[in-house]
Design a protein around this ligand. Structure first.
Ligand code: AMP
Length: 210
């Protein structure tokens, strides 16, 4: 099954994708992760993308689409698109790409989370710079200060998880990404999961949809 997991920043797309990878053997295609990897490796795409990411803006569609196409050309079965598409133009370009590849999306799953919780989730989020494990200063602190419980790597705040950038990312989401809900309703692929619950409960609902 091929799915799109979408929702506002902080709605749990990354957490739920990791569960789907672990328990159903799916492949996660996270455009945010791909950009962070490119930034780490100081590639030309990484340098370009960083300018936009640091301000909470969307990276231009051309760069995103090229990266997604390259990634899907490696393997395009049983995948989760996490953080892509992020606007109507990307959704249309994805349809065209999948058409050319003779494959399709089975479901678009929207994670609904109350707006007031998103800022708290994002600003308190910390990630391991080595293995990517996700923590939260209040809900899931590391056992040892700023050290990853699983790999011992340094646990840091993403540069775009500061309050100022988070507010900008939520505005960008409202303006550009939220119209995708109607887009996927129109094509009969829209599904909604209440993301205001524990990751375990949210995952149970996602599994039922799969
Ligand atoms: P994420 O990890 O999904 O929260 O994405 C982090 C940042 O990467 C976003 O705020 C954007 O700047 C950029 N980004 C990720 N995916 C996309 C996309 N599909 N289109 C444009 N920019 C993206």
């Amino acid at each position: 099954m091929n799915i799109i997991l979408f929702g506002p920043p902080g709605s749990g797309k990354g957490t739920q994708s990791a569960e789907l990878v672990k328990s159903l053997g799916m492949r996660q295609v996270s455009t945010g992760d791909l950009f962070r990897e490119a930034i780490k490796n100081k590639t030309a795409v990484g340098v370009r993308a960083k300018e936009y990411m640091d301000k909470g803006n969307l990276v231009p569609d051309g760069i995103v689409l090229e990266m997604v196409e390259e990634n899907l050309s490696k393997s395009a079965t049983n995948f989760i698109l996490d953080g892509f598409p992020r606007n109507l133009e990307q959704a249309a370009a994805l349809d065209a790409l999948l058409n050319r590849m003779n494959i399709s999306i089975d479901k678009a799953i929207f994670l609904e989370v109350d707006k007031k919780d998103l800022i708290r989730r994002l600003v308190g989020r910390r990630v391991c710079s080595q293995c990517g494990n996700v923590y939260h200063v209040d809900y899931k602190p590391c056992r040892k200060d700023s050290t990853c419980d699983s790999c011992g790597g340094a646990v840091v705040q993403r540069t775009d998880d500061t309050e100022e950038v988070v507010v900008s990312r939520l505005g960008v989401y409202e303006q550009y990404t939220s119209p995708l809900r109607d887009y996927y309703k129109r094509v009969g692929k829209y599904n909604e999961v209440n993301g205001n619950r524990s990751p375990h409960d949210v995952f149970e609902d996602i599994k039922k949809l799969m």
